[in-house]
Design a protein around this ligand. Structure first.
Ligand SMILES: Cc1ncc(COP(=O)(O)O)c(C=O)c1O
Length: 357
């Protein structure tokens, strides 16, 4: 099997580790370890009886719940089979511009979605250690025929761009798509989401995921928020039922589970700090400070070697950064998990690094 482009490829990792996929502890996909919430599991069980029906192709019920949740009209929301499905249609839309600007390092799937529709991509690399704001990273120019694809909070660095940094760009670009797949990990008072601006800026589309926060990557669930003209077009391009009945029920239960949301925010605040501080104690590792549930770590040891040794000797899977060419073997990324999981990771890393020095 080839080196995967994404985290969470347990079948590939199990082959290297020589153990069943179920024995692996996965730090490579950034999934909430507290989930899925029991409210979602109950909703899934209750929805099983509906499997004999087709889903509502307009997803009226889910749209109306999302509409209440975000205080945005339902026809400005389009559910999808994970935000990855909606990224495909965003790619088709972005490709209409003369050029699409992407920041690198960046999520590898952006290239898939854009090249699928022959978009002309202009990658702008940014110094991940500098605090330059977006308007300093993206040089001034005439962008009236140019589209922009941003990711906030940014994967893999964990950097949170401020709303105020993005705002001036909305006036300049023909279309701005902001992938906010990890934004829900920030409590409302810390959020830098642009959701509140979509009705003011018809050239702004936001992509959200429910798979990471609610721990449902196997179910696939996300949504786009933007002007109904875009979303109706996307609906016409795609197959009639991309979101299945179980995913729809899970989404409704998840967004209404305020207890789970609060628990996640409480856990993440201390768990991220604890993991970052412990990683700093391991010689040769320097974690970057980030805002969400994963940590990018600079390493003096090749990350592909660390990954292999952790798999073989400890059944632990970390995310190498080979699919981010600017980072390559000098970085790896780990998800923030529970304290017990962190102890296993830290012990594994310490042993593997000791054996290399
Ligand atoms: C930045 C980013 N956006 C979008 C996705 C896709 O998420 P999903 O399709 O599971 O909603 C991922 C998955 O890793 C991601 O890292």
């Amino acid at each position: 099997m080839n080196q995967p482009n994404h985290g969470g490829n347990l079948a590939w990792a199990a082959e290297i580790a020589g153990c069943p996929a179920s024995s692996l502890l996965d730090f490579s996909a950034s999934i909430n370890p507290l989930g899925p919430p029991s409210s979602v599991i109950n909703a899934l069980q209750a929805a099983l009886i509906q499997l004999r029906n087709y889903p509502d192709p307009n997803y009226c019920s889910l749209r109306s719940h999302l509409s209440n949740f975000h205080d945005i009209p339902g026809d400005w929301i389009l559910p999808g089979n994970g935000s990855a499905e909606l990224l495909t249609w965003a790619g088709r839309e972005l490709a209409n511009a003369n050029e699409t600007i992407l920041l690198t390092p960046g999520f590898a799937d952006y290239y898939r979605a854009l090249t699928a529709f022959s978009a002309k991509i202009k990658a702008i690399s940014f110094d991940i250690f500098s605090q330059n704001i977006l308007t300093q990273i993206i040089p001034p120019a005439d962008y009236s025929q140019t589209s922009l694809l941003l990711n906030n909070p940014h994967n893999p660095t964990g950097r949170l761009f401020r709303k105020s940094e993005i705002l001036p760009l909305l006036d300049q670009f023909s279309l701005v798509v902001v992938d906010e797949a990890f934004m829900d990990f920030l409590p409302p008072e810390k959020s830098e989401s642009l959701l509140g601006l979509v009705e003011k800026y018809p050239n702004l589309i936001i992509l959200r995921s429910l798979t990471k926060f609610y721990s449902l990557p196997g179910l696939r669930l996300g949504y786009a928020i933007g002007h109904p003209d875009y979303l109706q077009r996307w609906q016409a391009w795609r197959d009639p039922w991309p979101v299945n009945i179980l995913a729809e029920a899970a989404a409704i239960a998840g967004i209404e589970d305020h207890v789970f949301q609060q628990q996640t925010w409480n856990w993440l605040k201390s768990a991220r700090l604890q993991l970052a501080e412990s990683l700093t104690q391991i010689p040769g590792l320097s974690p970057l400070s980030g805002a969400v549930n994963f940590i990018l770590v600079k390493t003096n040891f090749p990350s592909s070697q660390l990954q292999k040794q952790l798999l073989i000797n400890h059944q632990l899977l970390i995310r190498d950064c080979l699919s981010f060419p600017e980072l390559g073997d000098r970085f790896f990324r780990v998800a923030v998990r529970t304290e017990a999981d962190h102890q296993r990771l830290l012990q594994g890393l310490t042993e593997v690094i000791k054996a290399q020095t």
